[in-house]
Design a protein around this ligand. Sequence first.
Ligand code: TRP
Length: 363
Amino acid sequence: MSKIILTGDRPTGKLHVGHYVGSLRRRVELQNSGEYDKIYIMIADAQALTDNADNPAKIRENIIEVALDYMSAGLDPSKSVILIQSMIPELTELTFYYANLVTIARLERNPTIKSELQMRGFGNSIPVGFYTYPISQAADITAFKATTVPAGEDQMPMIEQTQEIVQRFNYTYQCETLVVPHILLPDNQACLRLPGTDGKAKMSKSLGNAIYLSEDPDEMKKKIMSMYTDPNHIKIDDPGNIEGNTVFTYLDAFSRDEHFEEFLPEYKNLDELKEHYQRGGLGDVKVKKFLNNVLQSELQPIREKRKELQKDIPYVYEVLKKGSEKAREVAAATLDEVKSSMMINYFEDGALIEASVKKYSSM
Ligand code: TRP
């Protein structure tokens, strides 16, 4: 069976380092591994609209930002298909049929939906589109017969729901049309859910606690130097705590032994640095400066690539247009199969007319 990747992001803002370690970095590695037959990367604008219906301009503006982030991080349009969700109307049709296989109670139990509803404070005014976006996400994934969805931990409930829809579809219509996907989580614990610079679980523009992939170097340094650490680590000599210490979580996600050799040769690796911090005698500023060096060196090539790409914006739109066209063909073929499995492909089905002829010929 071929190995196919589909994953994506909502274009509600520029991508931050949480997106990067949670999924984007991995996608690029998988793309370059050559192990996958097809890779589809979706800019999920229709999903973003499910809670931004009154602000389509925000979504529209951020499509190019996400595309620039993708390509500067190393997604290569000659190896991966980058597409815009709303350009594939077949996805909405799939969503409509899948919706019949999902109960309201099941949607209500989806933990990601639950917490998102709470965060957005919809109260009694939950948009139907938002509530049902897990079904549309199942369409995104199955339209491309994806086997693998590299994503963060928060997407787990979405993939589980997709698996159920696939099984239910194949069982109900006695077919093997849809493929059961699995999630590919980051293998590094710190990358599962990178906290904001203030230590809060969620990185967001409104909290001002996100470091963006395209962040300006000075701005990034400022954010790192004011990062949340261990509030009880007051004097340098005090023993410090690394659990829940954002600077160490970021080092877990980003640092490699080579970084120590280059920027902090007194330590061989992160374990040694942690050990010293816990023992006492290591100040926050020194650790933060190290983190700054690590992140700057990691993001520098991405920033440079972005600058290049920004010089030819029409090219980036062309990539999206071509990618969307290619993706649409694939989704249309799946939709045909889906409709024939459901026996609603009336005009392609010669047996239907024949049966009707027979039914009335004896009368
Ligand atoms: N829900 C994802 C997010 O919030 C975006 C997304 C849309 C997605 N469709 C997808 C992710 C399909 C993986 C697979 O970022």
